[in-house]
Design a protein around this ligand. Structure first.
Ligand SMILES: CC(C)(COP(=O)(O)OP(=O)(O)OC[C@H]1O[C@@H](n2cnc3c(N)ncnc32)[C@H](O)[C@@H]1OP(=O)(O)O)[C@@H](O)C(=O)NCCC(=O)NCCS
Length: 265
């Protein structure tokens, strides 16, 4: 593809998570999040991580050529546009790509990585005509493993010794692959599961739902759960979407009907 043929960098959204190109305003968020020990432990970002590393990461995406060789997005949580994580598809020059991602600590626990992965992989298959996307994580990274499995990555229990490289050291890894068929099959299984078992709420969403059923306001829920009011709002929006409810009370009624919550006696 020549630069003249290239479409604009895509913005992808499922209504809960939006992937958009990185901007310079993301630098502070990235530099702050990359102080997190889990990010140091499970990714290959530099350690220690400074503001200059974040500046370099964002600047690297600026030339069109570079972006299309490794499409990279900021993960944001609707309706805010704030950087909450990053995801990259590193193209292999044939018809494959390797995916890498991370979320800021405050954005975890709600399945956002799974949503971001699904959006980026679906786009890679449909727009770039990729045939396979590979995933790997250092052995022990259960959160990443579960997110990737839910999207449909086929990940054998086998440990690939010394497969990964982290800051110059080899790391034993789990490795998986995703084809367009794997992605469609996992999406169908997710939908069928929802039809049989009701919506697939995350642990945090179930906690928030319980407090909604008690009639509590966002501020009270936030203080009881030790999270921000904005995070509560995001959880409520996701709960309404999953329960196909137009209000909090409608969501509680659906949840009671589905046995997801019970009223206090
Ligand atoms: C990996 C990462 C992006 C996942 O973020 P997330 O979308 O918030 O994921 P969640 O916290 O919702 O966890 C996903 C699943 O793993 C489970 N999980 C999380 N931590 C776990 C642990 N230590 N042991 C077992 N299961 C765990 C969650 O319960 C959830 O399960 P569910 O889907 O059945 O509800 C995030 O943890 C992160 O940024 N980690 C540091 C960077 C990193 O590891 N990047 C990936 C490199 S391959």
């Amino acid at each position: 593809m020549t630069s003249a043929d290239r479409p604009a960098r895509p913005v992808l959204s499922d209504g809960i998570v939006t992937l958009r190109p990185l901007i310079r305003d993301d630098i502070d968020g990235i530099a702050g999040a990359c102080q997190d020990p889990q990010i140091t432990r499970w990714t290959a970002v530099p350690s220690p991580y400074g503001r200059a590393d974040a500046e370099e990461f964002v600047a690297r995406q600026e030339p069109d050529e570079a972006w299309w060789a490794a499409p990279t997005w900021a993960i944001t949580i609707v309706p805010e546009d704030r950087w909450c994580g990053s995801l990259t598809l590193r193209l292999d020059g044939a018809d494959g790509a390797d995916v890498g991602y991370l979320l800021a600590p405050g954005a975890r626990g709600s399945g956002h990585a799974e949503r971001a992965l699904r959006l980026a992989c679906a786009w890679g298959f449909s727009s770039l005509r990729l045939q396979v996307i590979t995933w790997h994580a250092y052995v022990g990274n259960e959160a990443s493993l579960r997110s990737a499995r839910r999207v449909g990555f086929q990940i054998p229990p086998h440990v690939f010794e010394a497969y990964g490289v982290q800051r110059g050291r080899r790391r034993d890894s789990w490795v998986g692959t995703l084809t367009p068929e794997d992605l469609s099959a996992a999406t169908r299984v997710g939908e069928a599961r929802r039809d049989y078992l009701g919506p697939d709420l995350t642990r945090r969403e179930r906690d928030v739902l319980h407090h909604l059923a008690l009639g509590q306001a966002n501020r009270t829920i936030a203080s009881e759960l030790g999270i921000s009011e904005n995070t509560v709002k995001n959880h409520v929006r996701s709960i309404l979407e999953k329960l196909q409810a137009s209000s909090r009370s409608e969501a509680v009624v659906s949840a009671l009907r589905l046995g997801l919550v019970s009223l206090p006696s």
